[in-house]
Write a protein that binds this ligand. Structure first.
Ligand code: T6T
Length: 324
């Protein structure tokens, strides 16, 4: 009985010290590195991530660059790696340029999950290529988003005329895929000509002046697809400055708070809202699941909410307007 009491104690101590119990007791630090800090999309993603961190008792570190630029993002990533967080969630700003910097994190034993954007082909854990090491990718289906945009713009312009894509820069997985989906879907509308893409480097002012130049060269311009928040904002401002509000149709990807006014005044016809809070929430939950010994899906696809004049006031739609 003394012996069995001792055995029971030892057993109890053994249970307390077992890796599973320790993993659950540990306070994890999860880092979230956005594409840039001053963007309603990532600000909203952070809110979802914080909600999940709170639910599992983890600390969330949110740190990013002021611009969507790999040259500025890599030093932030290096600083985060030096702090040795338990996991890194990141929206890589270039498919290729973030591969080696993220490999350093993986080599240091820090699990990497990409949110919103991907590196390489985005097919992770496949044993193929040098960029398949992240554990998971959590994002919108951006090819599908581009298709939705094409159908909406085709409808808005009456299935004929000239349109173009206002985009960020080549090499960004999300916006590349939106353009791909858009152009592929536009093949179903033979009377719509898609003009050359204009790259604005995520600068809304540049997107606005490009709209005016494209319009100057093509006075019969019918529509524009703004492939992300700043492209859409800029294109819409350009349309307004050119005095073409309601005449040149605008389909916007993303839904910052100002989108509501733009939809109501008729400057923007359709906004395709992503669900960034959901991306942040499932990013943290996936990291936590992995850190506590669960297996996790390699891909989590989040949805869209398509907003227009008819539904933007409905609470179940308006809840997807980004925070700022
Ligand atoms: O559209 C989002 C994001 O999905 C994309 O990767 C970069 O631009 C945004 O952050 C909007 O500005």
């Amino acid at each position: 009985t003394i012996i069995s009491a001792l055995a029971a104690l030892a057993l109890g101590a053994g249970i307390l010290a077992s890796p599973a119990a320790r993993a659950e007791d540990k306070k994890f630090t999860i880092a979230l590195i956005p594409g840039l800090t001053t963007d309603g999309f990532y600000i909203t993603m952070r809110k979802g991530a914080e909600a999940a961190a709170k639910a599992v008792g983890a600390d969330l570190v949110f740190q990013g660059a002021p611009e969507f630029n790999p040259v500025l993002q890599v030093p932030v990533l290096d600083a985060i790696i030096a702090r040795k967080p338990d996991a890194i969630l990141i929206a890589p700003t270039d498919k290729v340029q973030l591969v080696q910097p993220l490999k350093k994190a993986a080599d240091a034993g820090i699990p990497v999950i990409t949110v919103d954007t991907f590196i390489g082909t985005g097919k992770y854990q496949s044993g193929a290529g040098d960029a398949d090491f992240p554990l998971a990718y959590i994002a919108s289906d951006n090819v599908l988003g581009g298709r939705i945009a094409a159908r909406a713009l085709a409808k808005a312009v009456g299935e004929k005329g000239k349109v173009y894509v206002s985009n960020v820069k080549p090499g960004v997985s999300t916006t590349d895929q939106r353009e791909e989906g858009f152009k592929d879907e536009m093949k179903n509308y033979p009377n719509i000509q898609v003009l050359e893409t204009q790259y604005n480097d995520d600068d809304a002012n540049k997107a606005a002046s490009q709209l005016q130049s494209v319009f100057a060269r093509n006075p019969d311009l019918d529509g524009v697809f703004g492939a992300n928040l700043f492209s859409a904002l800029g294109a819409a401002n350009g349309v307004q400055q050119a005095g073409q509000s309601g005449k040149i149709k605008v389909v916007a990807f993303d839904a910052p708070p100002s989108i509501v006014d733009n939809i109501k005044t008729g400057l923007v016809d359709i906004a395709i809202a992503q669900h960034p809070a959901e991306i942040g929430y499932y990013g943290v939950m996936s990291a936590y699941a992995h850190l506590t010994g669960q297996s996790i899906p390699v891909l989590i696809g989040t949805g869209f909410t398509v907003m227009d004049k008819s539904n933007v006031d409905q609470p179940e739609v308006a809840r997807f307007i980004y925070k700022d």
